[in-house]
Design a protein around this ligand. Sequence first.
Ligand code: HEM
Ligand code: SF4
Length: 551
Amino acid sequence: MYQYNYKDQAIVDQRVIQFRDQTTRYLNGEIAEDKYRALRLMNGVYVQTHAPLLRIAGPYGLLSSKQVRKLASIARDYDKGFCHFTTRQNIQFNWPALERVPDILEELASVQMHAIQTSGNCLRNTTSDQLAGVCKDEIEDPRPYCEIIRQWTILHPEFAYLPRKFKIAVSGAEQDRAATQFHDIGLHLVKNDQGEVGFKVFVGGGLGRTPIIGQVIRPFLEKKHLLSYLEAIVRIYNLYGRRDNKYRARIKILVREAGLAEVTQKVEAEWEIIKDKLQLSATDISDMRAQFNPPAYQTDASQDTSYAEKLASDSDFATWIKHNTAEHKVDGYVAAYISLKAPDSPPGDCSDTQLDAIADLADQYSFGLVRVTHRQNLVLADIKQADLFELWQKLSALALATPNINKATDMICCPGLDYCALANAGSIGVAKEINEQLDSLDYIHDLGEVKINISGCMNGCAHQSVGHIGILGVDKKGVEWYQITLGGSSENDAAIGSRLGPAVSKEDISGVVKTILEVYVDQRNNEDETFLAAVRRLGVSPFKEKVYATH
Ligand code: HEM
Ligand code: SF4
């Protein structure tokens, strides 16, 4: 894992001092509300329904056990005993007192964390694949490039006031687990015909009220040009992105309005001017790769026989292994998901006791590292197969082993009306009701992979437009209603879901989801046909007919 050097540390330490001073002056009435608003947003502080909301950056989703322990103590000492993991691998606290935020930031700085550029119209936290460095389908580990990008984005003097926020995601594997086609810039590590590894660059993707799939602006970019190409894209966006209308200000709208050809031509022209001055040297890249060297894996880990015995003798353990683990590139190791989707807890929430325990488990079993997924779960990426049974027992005792990864109850959910001032409707309550409707694990497992995403308004923080089932809260004369879409995906087969029909009422929403799933079970070709494949084959009609006939 990358460790801060003195420059990184100086940036976060000085920011704490600066923000403490700004907050004190604001609280003393020396800075006006609107001026302070801009300052607090630069430090991840939103003001929400009940309290300020603090968003902390989780660089490409990688956290050390020490950082996780710090989140636990902040949850305990400054919040209501929990934090929330977001779809961009960040961490949110929903209840801090504004006057104590500088203290929280000081605590975070002591473990190389911060909230800089987690809100506002700037370059945001770069996200990546939670299985980076360990998955079998990887072309190259994306994390060194994410860190190079992090350093480039932080306090970039030219890009502090972009037309709107700007998000970058990087994937190094065949399978896109980082929703890269729905980012302002998506980067895929790919191999060209000569066997060289470089980047395929997507631009103009995004979710929110106008979901758009990113398009390829450059099929192959040599690694040494990574930063100059990013710089050229963001420059063109900064120059031509619309500042007259915030709903049209994202780069996706620029690409749509001007056309990919024109944006590409402008970017390439800009790039020609700067490309030689901003090259990454082979040493820059190899030094950064050294920060992400594989840990000291045991070479004989696959010799163990206890794992196979436990798998054969304990069916609950075998179920968890089947649903909550992923293959590892090293024999005898496995990546284990920690589900933050227990039926009775809001998706993505984690308590201080759970956080402390997760930090201990990471130290004991997974080289002290934890990863955050963009579906609001966590991963311990390097578990020896001989340790899996013990790990599962401990996770079960903490309510962190619900075997539902990528299943119908592994929902993405935004804070909705419970916390968010922009919300039209509740989302956490809907997730809870759906959980109650689908209370049989066997049924959920039989449904296979189903991704349900619930947002409380069209800003789309929970990616509803790319959910296999997307649920969007809408306000009809002060009453909460929900619009449903089917067939979205944020993976390689990126697609935006199609509208099912008129919005349904709050009372009906969980029953409607149940009906949709029943239609799938009735009409699938066989158990191998996934929900998404069935929706694509059948279209929305059979779902629509049944839903509006019964609700
Ligand atoms: C309660 C505090 C929150 C507020 C006020 C808020 C506000 C917003 C707004 C206004 C947008 C639309 C921006 C645009 O399209 O330009 C947005 C988008 C987004 N938010 Fe949030 N959000 C909040 C919490 C969250 C949470 C908890 C998550 C993760 C679960 C999240 C993840 C996202 C994502 C992924 C987008 C994506 C749209 C895109 O950029 O393509 N936000 N948010
Ligand atoms: S989708 Fe809307 S309701 Fe949900 S967190 Fe985002 S802005 Fe708030």
